[in-house]
Design a protein around this ligand. Structure first.
Ligand code: SF4
Ligand code: SF4
Ligand code: FES
Length: 266
């Protein structure tokens, strides 16, 4: 089992280090840690540090990034034991003394060094029916969805997910049960459950109500605590728990109404 996350340091600061200061960076690779030394720079991000090491010291170091502005979700890794997006994480805010420890994102297979295989993460989006389902006969016209409706507000609360996997790495239930769909896929399912245009709700609710679905969430809140977009998958999952319970009651009520023979009483 993974160790619990360390509490945020009370000394977290965004004040840059003094000129000439150096940073010792320990990177997990090949079953151990390799140490590098990098100069501290103003407004330096963790991704800046990794890029400098790869470009100036060891071109074989593997990691992943694309946008560098917090949009693509590809740069996440463990920074001093906590999952973070690295392009928007300042070294000054997270360095412990003059040190930084970097590891690949937790709960996912490592491809090489700091790059993980995101395939299991996205496979769970598919398993949670995370794609819009227009139905057999898509509507001819655009749907009108009132911005202030409760459904639209529920969608808004979760729609800005960038698929970074930080919540997935933060979730202990994923660590205990690799089949668990996880906070990002369930958050996505909840946005679609609230999409009044979607026609795949029965199948989606069935998909997220199984053993590996929303009922397995222990409400630890780690996903919500760590999400860099300030989303709250925990609350989305609570919504799914209510929706799946309502669907089960509806099925039970319909069955009771029909009786054991499966026919409606005459
Ligand atoms: S819910 Fe937040 S932490 Fe999870 S994948 Fe989406 S943006 Fe990343
Ligand atoms: S609230 Fe649920 S999904 Fe989020 S980290 Fe905790 S157990 Fe995982
Ligand atoms: S590089 Fe795109 S979110 Fe960090």
């Amino acid at each position: 089992m993974n160790a619990p996350f360390p509490a945020p340091s009370p000394t977290e600061s965004t004040v840059d280090a003094a000129p000439g200061a150096m940073l010792t960076v320990r990177i997990r690779r090949d079953g151990g840690f390799q140490a590098f030394t990098v100069a501290r720079r103003p407004a330096q991000t963790v991704l800046d540090v990794v890029t400098e090491i790869q470009r100036e010291q060891d071109p074989t170091l593997a990691y992943r990034f694309a946008c560098r502005v917090g949009m693509c979700g590809s740069c996440a890794m463990m920074v001093n034991g906590r999952p973070r997006w690295t392009c928007r994480t300042r070294v000054a805010a997270v360095a412990e003394g003059d040190g930084l420890t970097l590891e690949p994102l937790r709960n996912l297979p490592v491809v090489k060094d700091l790059a993980v295989d995101m395939e299991p993460f996205f496979a769970k989006w598919t398993a949670a029916h995370g794609a819009f389902e227009p139905g057999a006969v898509p509507a001819d016209d655009f749907a009108v969805v009132a911005p202030e409706s409760p459904e639209r507000r529920a969608v808004d609360a979760g729609i800005e997910c960038i698929n970074c996997g930080v919540c997935y790495a933060a979730c202990d239930v994923v660590a205990w049960n690799p089949d668990y769909l996880g906070p990002a896929a369930l958050n996505r399912a909840w946005t679609l459950v609230n999409d009044v245009r979607d026609r795949g709700q029965d199948a989606r609710l069935a998909a997220v109500s199984g053993d590996a679905g929303c009922q397995s969430c222990h409400t630890h809140m780690s996903c919500t605590e760590h999400c860099p977009k300030a989303l709250a998958p925990t609350f989305a999952i609570a919504g799914l728990k209510r929706a799946t319970a309502r669907a089960a009651l509806k099925r039970f009520g319909a069955q009771a109404f029909r009786g054991p023979s499966g026919r409606r009483p005459s």
